[in-house]
Each structure stands twice: as structure tokens, then as C-alpha cells.
Design a protein around this ligand. Structure first.
Ligand SMILES: [Zn+2]
Length: 476
């Protein structure tokens, strides 16, 4: 393709932030709204979210959960019931003070997350061990008053699901925390082709009010990390604050053990920054709203459009297929669907029809193949599979190339500056070291991975005895 077709996207190497902004707007994912930090998710962006949502919702239901809906507003006093929780969220809550022209007797918080609403409800409906477990999930919007915002990555309002569960024992809650983290990892790796590191957050980085937080972390093209999903073991802290108790089989009153877990529209930001290139989006086939776009060539010639529509119909059995039969030039269409990251373009013109073949162009490598009509269905399925795994492998290779083992603080700073990416190192466990690293390098601890490696015996920051291994990175 000629270079002039892509001139309106800033190149990634020149200015990654601008590239990102160009892609989200020019690929028609979003538009800005008149409210600072809020975005309009356009049909193409929403179709992408719908696919992710459906895949996740199926898995949430397959693991025994039920969907519910909680109110948007939280009485301020309710949010204040769990001390750590309110401290964690206070700086970013939006508060309703008036209803119509009347000042409210109690201010209402617009939900930043719904733990306290679930807790209040659970207190009312859980009485006996027979009521457990309670496995609820809700799909909703939440509001967090962020100072700096970027489409998908950080917006005042975003869409997500939040799971909230109650269990009889600590082990059951722990199992649930792990189970849902694995569901998130499965969505990332097998649908979105984004490799993740699974691990546990440090005390400093865990969810406000949780016993501990599990996370999946992924690495973007520019070497910055992105937290891609979190699952929290809440222990009995919320249950104690809200009085959620059940009578066990011996007739004794016990507090429930809770979890919560969330996955958001942020993941679309990750998808863009892991797979995108200078031509725009690259969407893995399993997540793509349209997997194949048919572009008829010389469509004014007799029979071409009919042939193209017949193709669309027959291929729809094996893939999500679109067709652009508008009077725009093929070159414009090629550029447009490359920008939108559609995995495969199918070109068909009079000569192809005569020769009983079509041309398939894959978005990830831009390779062209001529495919005989009688092999088209099977070749197409193969091609989509190949694109899916190629994107995953490419992202994994990138992450591996940009993951460094670092043993001392000087090397930490220089590696972060020259190479970026993930830094694996040992840590003594002292929050002072974690804070010093953040202050001096702006890297944060991403997680203590489940796959532990004993890299050395000493803390990368203070040189003291260290038994914890941490992934560090600058992060979105
Ligand atoms: Zn230390």
C-alpha cells in the first residue's frame, strides 16, 4: 500500500501517546464529549466491548455466578462504614448534593465501585450456611473523578463488571479469588491475544479494604505495563463492618468471607497498545466485531457485486463477515479497514471470478494469498487461527525481550531509562523501598508473580535480605 494512505496517523516511534489518540479517534472507537475526561463509545468501539463482554459473561455464568443490578447512588454514610475502603476511594468520588432544587439531607456518592451496596444487601439475605455461597456479578458503569484522563485507559466514567461473592470459609473465598483471576487471564490470552503475568499485589498496591489482591499485568508496545484485571480476597473485613453473618451447621454465628473482582473497558486500551501498528488497530480475530471485510474490485462490472454478496452469505457460516459495496475507491477501503484492524480483507474482482479464486490479505503481516474458491472456507478458518496465535506469540516475544532481571538499584534506574519494560528483581518487603523506587524511578510494583524465581538474596533497593520477587514497571 502506498504511504500516502496512512499519513494521518502519527507513527508510534515518533510519539506513542499521539499515535494512541489518533487511533482511538480515527478508527471510530470513540469521540470526545463536552464533559472533561468522558468519552462517547461509538458503534465500532462498543461492538468490540460487546464481544469481550459476551465472552466474559459466558465464563462468569459457567462458573456459577448470577447477574444482578445495584443502584447508581450510595449514601455517603454507607461508603464510610469500612475505614480503609473509604480512605482509598474518597479522593475520587463524585457526590450528589441536590435533587432538583432541594439540598439532600444525606449526600449521595455516585458509585466508584459497589462493595458497600452488595454488603448491605448481603446482610439482609444471608442468614444460614444454606444461603452460601452467594455468587453475584453486575455489569455497570462507575465514576471515578480522575485528574488526568485518556480514552479507555483512565476516564471519569467507565464500563465494567464487578463480581461480589460471599463464602462460608476463607479457603472457599481464596479459591474463588484464584478462579476469577484465571477467567480474566483466559480472556486476555485466548480472546485478546494479550499475554499476562499473574501475581499478587503488594500491601501498598492492594485494593482498599482487601485482605489481598491478585492481578494480571500486561506489557504495552511502548514498554509500560497495564493492570488488566484484579481479583480481591476481602477476608471478613467488610462482613464485620456490615454485620454479614450466618449460622453454621453447629448453630454458631460466623462472618462470611468475601471476594470482589473487576474487568473494565480499560482492556480496550491494552488491546490497542499491545497489537496496534503504524497503520492503526490490529484486532485479534476472536475479539474482532468483523473478522473478514469483503472489498469488491471493479464492482460496476457485471456480476461482481452479486458474487461478493453470495460470498458474504456463504462465509458467514464460518466467520463474522462484512462487505463494503459503497462507491468509495478500493484504496480508501483498504486503508480504512487496515486502520480499523479487521483481521482479513477479501478482494474479489472480475478476473478472480473468472479464475475461481479470491485474494486474502491478513492485517497482522499484510501478506497476500490467492485462494481457490473451493478451498476458501477452510483456508479462511486456518488463516484466522493463524493470525490469532501469531498476535499472541508476537506480544509474548515483545514482553520477553523487554523483561529484565536486575540486581541493584543503579542498574534498575539505567535499565528503566534505556529499555523500559518489566523489571524483575528481589525485594525485602519493606514499603520504604517500594516508595523509594517509585519516587526515584516512577516505576511501581506491578505484582509478586505466582511463578517465583529466586533471582538473588538481596533487595534491589536497600541490599537487605530479600525473599520476595517483584515485577516493576512504569504503568498506565
Ligand atoms: Zn529493601
Amino acid at each position: 500500500m502506498a504511504k500516502e494512505f496512512v499519513k494521518d496517523i502519527t507513527s508510534m516511534d515518533e510519539d506513542f501517546a499521539q499515535w494512541y489518540t489518533d487511533v482511538v479517534t480515527k478508527a471510530d472507537l470513540i469521540d470526545y464529549s463536552s464533559v472533561r475526561g468522558s468519552m462517547i463509545i461509538r458503534p465500532y468501539g462498543y461492538a468490540l466491548w460487546d464481544n469481550i463482554k459476551n465472552e466474559l459473561d459466558n465464563r462468569i455464568k459457567e462458573t456459577g455466578h448470577e447477574n444482578v443490578y445495584m443502584p447508581l447512588f450510595i449514601p455517603e454514610s454507607l461508603l464510610q462504614k469500612e475505614k480503609d475502603h473509604v480512605e482509598g476511594f474518597a479522593p475520587e468520588v463524585a457526590i450528589v448534593t441536590h435533587g432538583g432544587s432541594e439540598e439532600l439531607t444525606e449526600r449521595l456518592v455516585v458509585r466508584p465501585t459497589s462493595e458497600v451496596l452488595f454488603c448491605e444487601h448481603y446482610k439482609n439475605i444471608i442468614h444460614s450456611y444454606r444461603d452460601l455461597p452467594k455468587l453475584y456479578n453486575q455489569w455497570a458503569n462507575v465514576v471515578r473523578w480522575e485528574k488526568t484522563t485518556r480514552p479507555f485507559l483512565r476516564t471519569l466514567e467507565f464500563l465494567w463488571q464487578e463480581g461480589h461473592t460471599c463464602h462460608a470459609t476463607d479457603e472457599d473465598a481464596h479459591e474463588e479469588t484464584t478462579r476469577m483471576l484465571n477467567v480474566y487471564a483466559d480472556i486476555c490470552e485466548n480472546i485478546l491475544a494479550i499475554p499476562v503475568v499473574k501475581g499478587r499485589k503488594t500491601e501498598k498496591e492492594k485494593f482498599a479494604g482487601a485482605k489481598f489482591t491478585y492481578t494480571i499485568e500486561s506489557l504495552m508496545h511502548d514498554g509500560k505495563a497495564l493492570q488488566s484485571g484484579t481479583s480481591h480476597h476481602l477476608g471478613t473485613g467488610f462482613a464485620e463492618a456490615f454485620g454479614i453473618q450466618y449460622t453454621d451447621q453447629e448453630g454458631k454465628l460466623q462472618h462470611v468471607h468475601q471476594t470482589s473482582w473487576g474487568f473494565t473497558t480499560r482492556i480496550i486500551g491494552a488491546l490497542i497498545m499491545v497489537h496496534g501498528d503504524d497503520r492503526g488497530l490490529v484486532i485479534p480475530p476472536k475479539a474482532a466485531p468483523t473478522q473478514v471485510m469483503i472489498v469488491p474490485i471493479a464492482q460496476h462490472k457485471e456480476g461482481v457485486l452479486d458474487f461478493a454478496y453470495d460470498l458474504k452469505e456463504s462465509l458467514s457460516k464460518v466467520a463474522r463477515v462484512g462487505i463494503d459495496a459503497s462507491d468509495k475507491k478500493p484504496g480508501w477501503k483498504f486503508n480504512e479497514y487496515e486502520m480499523k484492524g479487521i483481521p482479513v480483507r477479501l478482494e474479489v474482482g472480475p478476473k478472480d471470478i473468472e479464475n475461481k479464486q479470491v485474494v486474502l490479505v491478513r492485517r497482522d503481516t499484510l501478506e497476500k494469498v490467492v485462494v481457490p474458491m473451493d478451498q476458501l472456507e477452510s483456508k479462511l478458518v486456518e488463516l484466522l487461527d493463524d493470525i490469532q496465535s501469531n498476535l499472541y506469540n508476537k506480544a509474548l516475544k515483545h514482553r520477553e525481550e523487554r523483561t529484565s532481571v536486575v540486581l541493584n538499584f543503579d542498574e534498575f534506574k539505567s535499565t528503566l531509562e534505556t529499555k523500559g519494560g518489566f523489571i524483575k528483581s528481589m525485594w525485602c518487603g519493606d514499603v520504604a523501598c517500594e516508595e523509594k523506587i517509585k519516587e526515584e524511578t516512577s516505576a511501581t510494583s506491578r505484582c509478586m508473580p505466582f511463578d517465583y524465581e529466586q533471582l538473588s538474596d538481596t533487595c534491589v533497593c536497600c541490599g537487605g535480605k530479600a525473599e520476595k520477587m517483584v515485577y516493576w514497571a512504569k504503568a498506565y
